[in-house]
Design a protein around this ligand. Sequence first.
Ligand code: ZN
Length: 168
Amino acid sequence: MTIVEVLTEFAESGGIGELKPGASLADVSRRLGPPQDGEYFPGRRRKSGEPRNVRYGDVRLEVCCDILRAVALSTGTGSVDLPSGVPGKTEELPSAVTAAQLREAFSTAGIRAEEGSWPEPADQVTLVVRHSPADVHFTFRRTDSDESEGSGAVLHSAIARDTHHVCR
Ligand SMILES: [Zn+2]
């Protein structure tokens, strides 16, 4: 798979493979093995209701009540490690992708993406694909060589976060 295919599937299905907001971590772990620790501050105690951060390679998850609340992938580093489908194994992919490439792939796949409608820093472009329970947001950063319409903007991250989760 190429990064464009992974991201097009993210836009189409609302997740990266099994990793979708609303999925149970128990189900995901049965297929992909246990996740790796993804806490930003290891050892810090979480407040109650605060999600756990875990990851499969570079796919970062927020988990609350054993349910995936957010699925996020940062692509700005040049390559990403994604779950390969074999428990405990990841696969490395080059991750550079422009807004123009992704817009074209979405249009070929018949995916409707909206331009982000809230105020963004001037150097960012956001594409939003509607999904339930979580919309998928693709955030691009403009590069200096940018000509027009964000065609030179490079993907920084893709994230789907369920903001309506209510703890059981
Ligand atoms: Zn919860």
